[in-house]
Write a protein that binds this ligand. Structure first.
Ligand code: GDP
Ligand code: NA
Ligand code: MG
Length: 354
């Protein structure tokens, strides 16, 4: 049916994105495939809860989290929904033959791979880490975790770091295909939220921005976030979603994801302030909202993506002619993969039209 086709389209898009990233944006005229395909990126201040929100959307513990600058390289995370009953695993692009079944090991590898490029310092790097998760328990999405926006450099960081991080984050979220999760901690003034500021700048109409208010559980007593959550303070085209992630104490006590989700659900269901909004709050709802939005965007973009893919098939064929066939070199093999994916996409699209 149509849903199944849409799922396979999203799956193909994930693969094309991955192949395009391996290859690097090979310039050229107009938009590259990578730029045409939708992604979701988290934006916000340091320790606003970006990595925690991403983990919740995925439903697995695997990201380094904590106070200070923990995320120091972009993490491009592709979720692939697999058949019910299949075993879940993760795979890094930099270690393609190694299947990770243990998500604690995934977190360790992200930390190690971050250090490999940046050293154990507080430096950052623009070079993304690419991770795929294959699981029956995820929705098909590409998510990008980014370092947090900061206002001042700390000991061991160059003064340029504030601007460097902003430039890096902007380079992801300014792309018109990027869906922005603007993460703002509710225990700080949302009027000064770096996330909302940057999102407004790159997406003035708010059509691709989702406002996410974290840390509702640790707001000052006597205050609440209703003006924001009900869209009175900062109206976006999409509804705001309130989130309660694990606290640092929960992380230290190793509270697991299932317990965390239950706690979050209970928090909203029993909340005197937010009880009436309970069905539209929390990480699971955010994941659902995102997936639905992504499908809508893909549906709207199908004609232009197909036009681009057809052009790309020609371009890739020309490139293959230039470097010669059969393909021996690595980059040739990658081009070939993209070509195959483009053909597959084309096929699925045509079936969809029939
Ligand atoms: P990031 O730096 O934006 O990626 O934020 P992290 O996800 O690493 O979280 C930073 C810190 O804030 C961690 O100690 C989290 O436990 C804590 N934190 C994040 N979200 C919440 C929340 O909703 N409630 C509470 N109490 N703590 C949170
Ligand atoms: Na942090
Ligand atoms: Mg982080």
């Amino acid at each position: 049916g149509k849903m199944a086709t849409m799922k396979s389209l999203i799956g193909l898009i994930n693969k094309i994105q991955r192949a395009c990233t391996v290859l690097g944006d090979h310039g050229g005229e107009g938009m590259s495939l990578w730029e045409a395909l939708p992604t979701v990126a988290v934006v916000g201040g340091q320790s606003s809860g970006k990595s925690s929100v991403l983990e919740s959307v995925v439903g697995r513990d695997f990201l380094p989290r904590g106070s200070g600058i923990v995320t120091r390289r972009p993490l491009v995370l592709q979720l692939h929904k697999t058949e019910e009953g299949t075993t879940e695993y993760a795979e890094f692009l930099h270690a393609p033959k190694k299947k990770f079944a243990d998500f604690a090991a995934v977190r360790k590898e992200i930390e190690d791979e971050t250090d490999r490029i940046t050293g154990k310092s507080k430096q950052i790097s623009n070079i993304p880490i690419q991770l795929s998760i294959y699981s029956p328990n995820v929705v098909n999405l590409t998510l990008i975790d980014l370092p947090g926006l900061t206002k001042v450099a700390v000991e061991g960081q160059p003064d340029s770091i504030v601007q460097d991080i902003e430039n890096m984050v902007r380079s992801y979220v300014e792309k018109p295909n990027c869906i922005i999760l603007a993460i703002s901690p509710a225990n700080q003034d949302i009027a000064t939220s770096d996330a909302i500021k940057l999102a407004r700048e790159v997406d003035p109409t708010g059509e691709r921005t989702f406002g996410v208010a974290t840390k509702l559980d640790i707001m000052d007593k006597g205050t609440d976030c209703l003006d924001v959550l009900e869209g009175r303070s900062y109206r976006l085209q999409h509804p705001w979603v309130g989130i309660v992630n694990r606290s640092q104490a929960d992380i230290n006590k190793r509270v697991d994801m299932i317990a965390a989700r239950r706690k979050e659900r209970e928090y909203f269901e029993t909340s005197p302030e937010y009880g009436h909004l309970a069905s539209r709050m929390g990480s699971e709802y955010l994941a659902k909202l995102l997936s639905q939005h992504l499908e809508t965007v893909i549906r709207q973009k199908i004609p232009s993506i197909v036009a681009l893919i057809n052009k790309s098939i020609d371009e890739i064929n020309a490139e293959l002619d230039r470097i010669g066939r059969p393909i021996a070199v690595d980059s040739g093999a990658q081009l070939y993969t993209i070509l195959e994916l483009c053909r597959a996409f084309d096929r699925v699209f045509k079936e969809h039209l029939d």
